[in-house]
Design a protein around this ligand. Structure first.
Ligand code: HEM
Length: 273
């Protein structure tokens, strides 16, 4: 057991889990990023409900939202870290796991603050259906991310996380990776989105996604909105050509995402990763 507040010790334990190839061919980094995002992306700025505070995905009401399929793997894998450092809240642990994963996979340093408190019952669980639907286009994407309080530039920066990991047929119904380097955080999502000739592909479960010429990588219908929408596309082009600007903008937007719904009366300790 570590001393209360020793986030370096927690970070070290998370790092050790990331290369785990027994559970996923990409290791656990990508799914830790998805867990941190789904724990936070339920926020509604108008009602000030949802968000990362509370770790409400511990309750079946939220974990059973179809959008969260498969995230039990990430939550279960982090359980030994929680046991080793019982003083950390799940809400801090899950968001920190995303931040550590980004860094471990070669991405930027995302600003992260501790201080989230776990909810003790289901009363703070936000309604299901607040996370984006991959079948939809730019209007839906904007509706969902504007509700969280993001602008177009931040939305485009955030979707760049699809450089990591892949879709799993038994989780979302979609299949495949967005890039040929799914364990490296880079700007390849934008590069591939612009460079390839994408065509539709129907899977045997009836799901429609996009494939490149060689059927090696994929895009979701919602990802394609970033290629077709003129405002999104301008920013996609910028990030495809300028990795450093993408890294800086991603770090700021992901840091903001992880803060959604977290009340801050004073500046809680900031942990640099
Ligand atoms: C329009 C918005 C988005 C849609 C529709 C979307 C949809 C999806 C879907 C369907 C999957 C596949 C899940 C699976 O089958 O395992 C996925 C995976 C993933 N998403 Fe997103 N996503 C969106 C935005 C984001 C954002 C904002 C982030 C982080 C900043 C993110 C990070 C990830 C990561 C890292 C994975 C890979 C997980 C793994 O390999 O296990 N996504 N997303």
């Amino acid at each position: 057991m570590s001393t209360s507040g020793d986030y370096d010790a927690v970070r070290e334990d998370i790092k050790q889990l990331i290369p785990n190839k027994d559970l996923s061919k990409d290791g656990l980094g990508p799914i830790f990023v998805r867990l941190a995002w789904h724990a936070s992306g339920t926020y509604d700025k108008n009602t000030k409900t949802g968000g990362s505070n509370g770790a409400t995905m511990r309750f079946s009401l939220e974990s059973s939202d179809a959008a969260n399929n498969g995230l039990n793997i990430a939550r279960d894998c982090l359980e030994p870290v929680k046991e080793n450092h019982p003083w950390i809240s799940y809400a801090d642990l899950w968001t920190l796991a995303g931040v550590v994963a980004i860094k471990e996979l070669g991405g930027p340093t995302v600003p992260w603050k501790s201080g989230r408190v776990d909810a003790t019952d289901e009363s703070l669980v936000p309604p299901n259906g607040r996370l984006p639907n991959a079948e939809e286009g730019e209007q839906h994407v904007r509706d969902v991310f504007y509700r969280m309080g993001f602008n177009d530039r931040e939305i485009v920066a955030l979707i760049g996380a699809h450089c990591l990991g892949r879709c799993h047929k038994d989780r979302s119904g979609y299949e495949g990776a967005w890039t040929l380097t799914p364990t490296k955080f880079n700007n390849q999502f934008y590069v591939q989105l612009l460079k390839k000739n994408w065509s539709t592909k129907e899977l045997d479960n009836g799901i429609k996604q996009f494939k490149d010429e060689n059927d090696r990588i994929m895009m979701l219908p919602a990802d394609m909105a970033f290629r077709t929408d003129p405002e999104f596309r301008k920013i996609v082009e910028e990030y495809a050509n300028d990795k450093e600007t993408f890294f800086n903008d991603f770090a700021a937007a992901f840091g903001k995402l992880l803060e959604l719904g977290v009340p801050r009366s004073s500046d809680t300790e900031t942990v640099a990763c």
